[in-house]
Design a protein around this ligand. Structure first.
Ligand code: DX5
Ligand code: ZN
Length: 216
């Protein structure tokens, strides 16, 4: 399999971020997933630009930035300036999604649209062709360490069918409650990128856990 693993920094030790990012640099992880929350779109606040600025000098993996904020289009220049590879905006947070996706790409980043667990994939019908990736939330966004929502497996399978039936090669990323068991099931139905926060950082040996997720 050539799926990607994107550990989420949300579950790292914030008193030792440099150490944890250096661990990711040495690991088989493909991307570093960064969760930005505003306390409005989601009921939690994580970290913002001063932290992102500091870590961009240490991180050597492509940065996959997941914006759980209202009006994410306002921050396209800042996200670009931090060196992001992928910018994920929530479908539920963007009134003019097509314009936002175009602006992300014009800024030189890959564009992804994220769906909350209740948001149907059918809403992507007229935007899918413009996306580099769709991020399916398999928990309600806002916190790490939540229980995987079972319906996400079937939703991933349907999204894969939709992508293939359109002749596209859009990536599918799944985020929330990923562990060895859920990872395997998601990969079996066509997920391309798996985000894993607590499963990686709370593991006794995070490097080995990343390696095992890659080997699935
Ligand atoms: C949730 C975030 C996730 C989170 C996943 O709002 O988008 O990226 O860090 O954490 P785990 O893997 O612990 O469910
Ligand atoms: Zn995330």
């Amino acid at each position: 399999m050539n799926h990607k693993i994107a550990p989420s920094l949300l579950a790292a030790n914030f008193l030792n971020l440099q150490r944890d990012i250096e661990m990711i640099n040495q690991s088989e992880a493909d991307w570093l997933h960064l969760d930005i929350m505003d306390g409005v779109f989601v009921p939690n606040i994580s970290f913002g630009f001063p932290i992102l600025d500091a870590l961009k000098s240490v991180c050597r993996k492509p940065m996959d930035v997941h914006l759980m904020i209202v009006e994410p289009q306002k921050f396209i220049p800042e996200i670009k300036a931090m060196g992001a590879y992928m910018m994920n905006v929530h479908y539920e947070a963007c009134t003019h999604l097509h314009r936002t996706v175009a602006a992300i790409k014009e800024a030189g980043m890959k564009a992804a649209v994220t769906l909350n667990p209740h948001t149907p994939i059918s809403l992507l019908e007229d935007i899918l062709q413009d996306l580099d990736m769709v991020l399916l939330m398999s928990v309600n966004p806002g916190y790490g360490g939540q229980k995987f929502i079972e319906h996400s497996v079937e939703k991933t399978a349907r999204l894969k069918d939709m992508i293939l039936s359109k002749g596209l090669n859009t990536l599918i990323e799944v985020d929330g409650g990923v562990n060895m068991q859920t990872a395997k099931r998601l990969l079996d139905v066509g997920a391309d990128v798996l985000v894993a926060g607590s499963f990686v950082f709370n593991a006794p040996d995070p490097l080995k856990t990343i390696q095992e997720l890659k080997a699935l």
